[in-house]
Write a protein that binds this ligand. Structure first.
Ligand SMILES: [Ca+2]
Ligand SMILES: [Ca+2]
Length: 354
């Protein structure tokens, strides 16, 4: 009898620990590894294949390219660095090279918590294969990265990195080399960077929300707000900012004011605004975190989101969330984390409509 109870419990655990998606949504495990997957981005990284791919960073120092092939997924190693790679950003950093290029940041050697130097790497795909080069080293961990037009005195896009050195640094590509275009002290350890507002927005582990903007040839820092819990991830655009925190809050910052949108029972590691659900008007807001839940809030036509819906769940803490369009699937949410899984979640309600 005891064995039967044990078996029953084991089956129950096995059944309940399988990833699931709510009605109208589907969840794909696009990659399964034994490593912690720190960050992910959707971009056109591989010019050989039409449409976007996913880049995902691992605690082992690997950066993977994952792409949709038929009804399955294919994975290639973009590069393998000596240190844990935490976050990744992409954009057309070299217009002479087709598609998007990649920047990944993390530790120069060893793990995130080893306390060593930080590094940033540039990676791209050529006819000869994937290439990568180190473009910055700092005395401490680099935790956040974004691509955007951060230097108006230069053509094209630049990179902003920030981390435990308590500063934001703009890097620009000049031919085959990278130069530091500017730097500003932000006074706090940075966890996430995004292009937004008048330049960039940075979330910090002392709860500070910081804006960095270019003034002439210099960069200035403006502390917008300070929250009680450490902030973790940030999404920005010229109108406003979405950001999440260790106390489970997801907030919006708009017109000089912060609004709480959602509160999870555990740390949040995702702040995304994208068109995800064709059946509802307006863009959606999405978040994910340590509960393993993917939560979507419809913005509708008003400014206040409606009731949050948990649309998918996977065992293990989620460490990052992004969104983008993938071949054959359309708009998707892409998340990764401590389970070593790269998860793709999408709404398929409109697929069945005539
Ligand atoms: Ca491609
Ligand atoms: Ca390019």
């Amino acid at each position: 009898m005891r064995h039967l109870i044990w078996l029953g419990c084991s089956l129950l655990v096995a059944c309940t620990s399988r990833p699931y998606a709510e009605s109208g949504w589907e969840l794909h495990v696009a990659l399964e590894t034994q490593a912690k997957l720190g960050g992910c981005v959707v971009a056109d990284l591989d010019p050989r294949h039409a449409g976007n791919e996913i880049a995902v960073t691992a605690s082992t120092g690997h950066v993977y390219c994952v792409r949709r092939v038929g009804t399955g997924w294919a994975t290639e190693i973009i590069c393998h660095q000596e240190g844990e790679m935490i976050q990744v950003a992409a954009g057309d950093l070299n217009p002479e090279h087709p598609g998007d290029e990649l920047i990944c940041v993390g530790a120069a050697r060893g793990g995130e918590d080893a306390g060593g130097k930080g590094a940033a790497h540039y990676a791209w795909r050529t006819a000869q294969g994937w290439q990568s080069k180190e473009i910055a080293v700092q005395d401490s961990l680099i935790h956040g990265v974004a691509v955007g037009d951060f230097d108006r005195n230069r053509e094209g896009l630049e990179v902003m990195i920030a981390g435990y050195e308590r500063k934001a640094t703009v890097l620009a590509r000049v031919g085959d080399d990278w130069v530091e275009a500017g730097s500003v002290s932000i006074g706090s350890r940075a966890k996430g960077v995004a292009a937004g507002l008048a330049g960039a927005v940075i979330v910090c582990d002392d709860g500070a929300l910081v804006e960095v903007r270019q003034e002439g040839v210099e960069y200035a820092m403006l502390r917008l707000a300070r929250y009680p819990a450490p902030l973790a991830r940030v999404h920005g655009d010229p109108r406003g900012v979405l950001f999440c925190a260790n106390d489970g809050t997801l907030r919006a910052w708009q017109a000089g004011e912060g609004t709480e949108l959602y509160r999870s029972s555990d740390r949040l590691r995702g702040a995304v605004r994208a068109e995800l659900d064709g059946s509802s008007r307006g863009e959606e807001i999405a978040t994910a975190g340590y509960t393993g839940e993917f939560t979507v809030l419809s913005t509708g036509e008003g400014t206040h989101p409606v009731v949050p819906r948990v649309v998918a769940w996977s065992e293990g803490k989620l460490h990052h969330l992004t969104a983008g369009t993938l071949p054959g699937l359309g708009p998707c949410l892409v998340g990764c984390g401590y389970s070593g899984r790269l998860l793709v979640v999408r709404n398929h309600e409109k697929d069945s409509q005539p």
